[in-house]
Design a protein around this ligand. Sequence first.
Ligand SMILES: *[C@@H]1O[C@H](CO)[C@@H](O)[C@H](O)[C@H]1NC(C)=O
Ligand SMILES: *[C@@H]1O[C@H](CO)[C@@H](O)[C@H](O)[C@H]1NC(C)=O
Length: 617
Amino acid sequence: SSCPLSGLALIVLFLLRERFPYFFQDCAYMLQRLRVMIRMNKYKKSKPFYSIVDHFLDAVSRHPSKVFIHFEGRAYSYGEVDKQSNKVARALQAEVRLQEGDSVALFLANEPSFVWTWLGLAKLGCPAALLNFNIRSKSLLHCLSCCGAKVLLTCPELQDAVEEILPTLKEQGIRVFILSDSCSVPDIVPLSVKISQASNEPLSPALRSNVNIRTTAVYIYTSGTTGFPKAAIITHGRLWGASFSLFTCGVSAEDIIYVNLPLYHLAGFVVGTIGAMGRGITVILKRRFSASQFWDDCRKYNVTVVQYIGETLRFLCNTPKKDNENNHKVRIAIGNGLRSDVWSEFLNRFGDIKVREVYAATEANIVFINYTSKIGAVGRRNILHQFMFPHAFIKFDVEKEEPVRNSDGLCIKVATGETGLLVSKITQRSPFSGYAGNKQQTEKKLLRDVLKKGDLYFNTGDLLRFDEENFVYFQDRVGDTFRWKGENVATSEVADILTMAHCVLEANVYGVKVEGHEGRIGMAAITLKEGEDFDCSDTYKQVSNHLPAYARPRFIRIQPCLEFTGTFKMKKAKLVEEGFNPAHIEDQLYFLDTDKRTYVALTEEIYRAISSREIKL
Ligand SMILES: *[C@@H]1O[C@H](CO)[C@@H](O)[C@H](O)[C@H]1NC(C)=O
Ligand SMILES: *[C@@H]1O[C@H](CO)[C@@H](O)[C@H](O)[C@H]1NC(C)=O
């Protein structure tokens, strides 16, 4: 008698599938998110608060000898990393009286010590500011000051950069420690001997008794639309949320994950490393991404999950073909910024790998995950998603760079298929913690009176669109930031540095597309001071001293005057479109020649060499 019923059920399921092709995937995804929500609620309510550190300690007691990190031929077990973090915490405690809540800046390379140093601090209830190891001088000082750290920890590789700012650090009473046995500079205190002599006994949880879901766990720096990098506050709640991404993407405890992204970013550190740590996953950590080592590493360590940014998968596709490239165990790739063309080629060459494209900004209170097989989409909208992350796509005026408002002063939702600004409602469940020490920048990310008078939204600054099937597609980033080599470049920061060159009067910085590259490369239109010529070497000196390589403008365009909008913003759109082809531009153009270490006139030969990739950018 159950036969006709189950037959009916099959037909219903079949019809559902026909009518709603993503029904089952949506359900599976929603169930997973629900499980995450329930777990988060449990952790939130537990007294004392069950933090990610406690989660790690549970993993340690389950399998102390399981490998946590493989790095440059050496394996570090869960137990070892735990003990090492106790030693670091104790050595630091002996040197400085760290109180729970004191922030400590980490200026470290992608090495295992990054992980246990952070863990040690977390065990003391101290938030860590994760400094980008590419930044120097003024930017570095700025980043330090916004998190209020009185202690800076660095490694031998970065000692020069610290020495450069040491006088200012001393003035500000910031103590500097280096993870090395000795140091010839008097004000940099070597810590390694002290760490190795310190006890590895567990630290009392009482040391972090005030930590809860709302306390700051780490500061992660993001390049905003204006000025220096901003310190996004990542709370323990956000840490939990982001570390669940692996789970949402289908990663399990038996997986082995390859982390080749910088640990000072949310993706490499929180999503990859901390996400792995909680579930007891083994991490293969790399100093930096290397296309030539990628698949050999994957084979050697039986890697099953890899992280990417759009550029890195493109680099893999650009490597010469090999016979054994399908021979690996990678089953999932998680990341963002992947283009459809690269995706297809990646699959063609390297086999059946599930790509999980995630849309999330470090400080944003919303995420989209591509959990279906839709090429090009960053994710899907569904009821649960709308409930967890109430959001809207609103009409945006690209020229004025502000949302379009109706006669009532409210924003207007875009129609299906139309590009709009993604804004996400700030709620208990999706809070926005803002930037440390920067009320003004925090305020700038807020949008009021969006759909109702008095409501409050987070402005992602990203333009996206969704189609009839509710797939969401990333379109562009609004305004003044562009991405190059996976890093955000804040145009006004670059402009500030350019105007430090004695010949430069004003600078308008923007990013231009280069065939065969993700993102946009830096270019600047400048005007010169009365009676000055463009000084190639001085300008080069300024940008190379003060900007990381990816932020230096590779092209300079000399203009008689800059164009401004009605609201006195520099006009960029036309310049972006005109690009850097000397055949089409009358203004004098220059190119940053990395071999000659100066700017040189951009000739048609150079232009051709760039197009044919003889010159690598
Ligand atoms: C990878 O897997 C193979 C076979 O499953 C095993 O023999 C080998 O020891 C593994 N390698 C590592 C580094 O775990
Ligand atoms: C989303 O994932 C599917 C397969 O998992 C893939 O085909 C598609 O290209 C992905 N979208 C993006 C933008 O990567």
